[in-house]
Design a protein around this ligand. Structure first.
Ligand code: ATP
Ligand code: MG
Length: 343
């Protein structure tokens, strides 16, 4: 079976964007592919963060994966830092990464500009090398990527080809490697259309964990009243009726898209149902649909969190599975790069 890997950073509350852009799709992917879904905690320290919160956020993120339908009997679910090979391979890959490639990364430019010079750690720059390591360690065939991660996946592909060129080939075959390459070059898996969820307070920027205002997102664990309040106060416009795809109305497009995704209806059905509505009527409809969809997930989440030994066992098992694959890759890379083997 082809392999797929993906993860979410434990940098805050998991929101609708993470759900529709990532986690919900994994639930379908786990039936088709060999899947590994991890909590990318090593990435979560690239910007200033609170150490006392990290382990809690990792655990909570894992519980959300399961509550949303990720099934540990089908997918390996684990915490990135539990598999040491991620960091090891990252170092090896760093030596093959031209610094110019990293300087070009848009996310680095954006995030570093916001943070200010003294706040920006080296890890923010080298983040894409860790991401490449996350993917290449597992010889992944496909990686689901949102718009925000496309450039990083390109870099991963370039890096895989570069390492294959520098250290692969005949040498690799002699060591018993198959296909004459050290790394498989992964392909992007384009997520279903409409899976880019925008902020509730600005239809032009994406919904994000790290956005300072909690009003800008619906979190998976938001209680009913808070969901109702956020939808009530979210940004709208003064045009008559409701419509998709009007560039003058990004908020309207976003809210209709969220309604479409959460209700499981087609775009046409949503147009039929909502085109003549006013905002008040639509907001009630959307609020109810959100609550109906999120409530059962929240009930499962509470149940999972109430039995911490179950979650611990899932994560331990996931890390064992992942380590087996990851260790084999990293050992091969050490060999190919000429390191003295240990007996
Ligand atoms: P941060 O602000 O800390 O970067 P984030 O909300 O962007 O957090 P990530 O952990 O960076 O979340 O991304 C996890 C996954 O969720 C990625 O696959 C990413 O493409 C997807 N994702 C994040 N935000 C959205 C969004 N608004 N719409 C759709 N997918 C999203
Ligand atoms: Mg992000």
């Amino acid at each position: 079976r082809k392999r797929v890997v993906s993860g979410v950073q434990p940098t805050g509350s998991i929101h609708l964007g993470n759900y529709f852009g990532a986690i919900k799709n994994w639930v379908a992917l786990q039936n088709i592919y060999d899947t590994l879904f991890f909590i990318v905690d090593l990435h979560a320290i690239t910007l200033p963060y609170e150490a006392q919160q990290l382990s809690k956020a990792s655990k909570s993120t894992a519980a959300i994966y399961l509550a949303c339908g990720v099934d540990p009997s089908k997918a390996s679910v684990f915490v990135q830092s539990h598999v040491r090979a991620h960091v090891e391979l990252m170092w090896l890959l760093s030596s093959a990464t031209p610094i110019g490639w990293l300087n070009k990364m848009i996310q680095f430019k954006e995030k570093s500009r916001k943070a200010g010079d003294e706040e920006v750690g080296v890890a923010l720059l080298t983040y894409p090398v860790l991401m490449a390591s996350d993917i290449l360690l597992y010889q992944s065939d496909f990686v689901p990527v949102g718009e925000d991660q496309k450039q990083h996946l390109e870099l991963t592909r370039d890096l895989a080809e570069r390492v294959n060129y520098l250290y692969g080939g005949r040498k690799w075959k002699k060591l018993g490697g198959r296909g004459g390459a050290i790394f498989k070059v992964p392909e992007p898996l384009i997520p279903p259309a409409g899976a880019r969820i925008m902020s509730l307070t600005d239809g032009l920027s994406k919904m994000s964990k790290s956005a300072p205002s909690d009003q800008s997102r619906i979190n998976m664990l938001d209680p009913k009243d808070l969901i109702a309040n956020k939808i009530k106060r979210c940004k709208t416009d003064a045009y008559p009726g409701l419509e998709f795809d009007n560039p003058e109305r990004p908020e309207c497009n976003n809210l209709l898209s969220i309604y479409q995704l959460i209700s499981g209806k087609t775009k046409e059905e949503v147009v039929q149902e909502c085109q003549n509505m006013n905002w008040g009527t639509f907001k009630t409809l959307l609020t109810d649909a959100l609550i109906d969809h999120l409530h059962p997930i929240q009930v499962r989440y509470d149940k999972i969190m109430s039995d911490s030994s179950y979650l611990d066992e899932v994560l331990a098992e996931g890390a064992r599975n992942a380590s087996e694959i990851a260790d084999a890759t990293v050992n091969n890379v050490y060999q190919a790069m000429g390191f003295l083997g240990r007996r």
